[in-house]
Design a protein. Structure first.
Length: 172
């Protein structure tokens, strides 16, 4: 029996189970990232977070989240605020408070450390069939991170426009 201390530990256990090793899982992560067109991301650990060689951009994180949002079976993992495992002996709490305070929340991940500051990839659904992803990296505090993510989502819902770049036929 394994004891899992946090989501990053859980991810390492899953990585080792899905591939031959955590290292093989990381190779697959980088291959999948390349296939998605992500050229500004490199992973060196299963959680993509604790190795100083790792890097990414807000754009690349948003692309990953948009891809993950297509898999409905993952939604509960991104949106659950609190759960109990091990016959209720262990409580798991989502660090992303938007999972319990933001009605439009669909996920994804909030993290912070002294090295990275406060970071969030937040997905939202405006209730009218539009989903957006906001990514905030390096905020100075949690409130700024959450407020900025909600503001970016709101701007996405209200300011997004589809523009045709093609000339109408016969109008050259």
């Amino acid at each position: 029996m394994s004891f899992v201390g946090n989501a990053n530990d859980a991810l390492t256990v899953l990585a080792e189970k899905s591939e031959r090793s955590a290292e093989e899982f990381v190779k697959r992560m980088n291959s999948e990232a390349f296939d998605l067109g992500l050229r500004d991301t490199a992973f060196y650990s299963p959680d993509g977070y604790h190795d100083d060689r790792e890097y990414t951009t807000a754009h690349d994180i948003a692309v990953i989240c948009a891809k993950l949002a297509k898999y409905d079976f993952l939604a509960p993992f991104f949106s659950t605020w609190r759960d109990f495992v091990g016959e209720g002996r262990t409580e798991l709490v989502n660090e992303n408070k938007l999972s319990r305070t933001y009605d439009q929340h669909i996920g994804f991940k909030a993290v912070h450390s002294d090295h990275t500051g406060y970071c969030i990839a937040e997905g939202g659904d405006n209730g009218k069939g539009m989903r957006c992803v906001a990514v905030v990296l390096g905020a100075e505090d949690a409130d700024t991170m959450y407020d900025t993510a909600k503001l970016l989502l709101k701007k996405g819902y209200t300011e997004y426009k589809v523009t045709s770049t093609m000339f109408p036929r016969g109008k050259w």
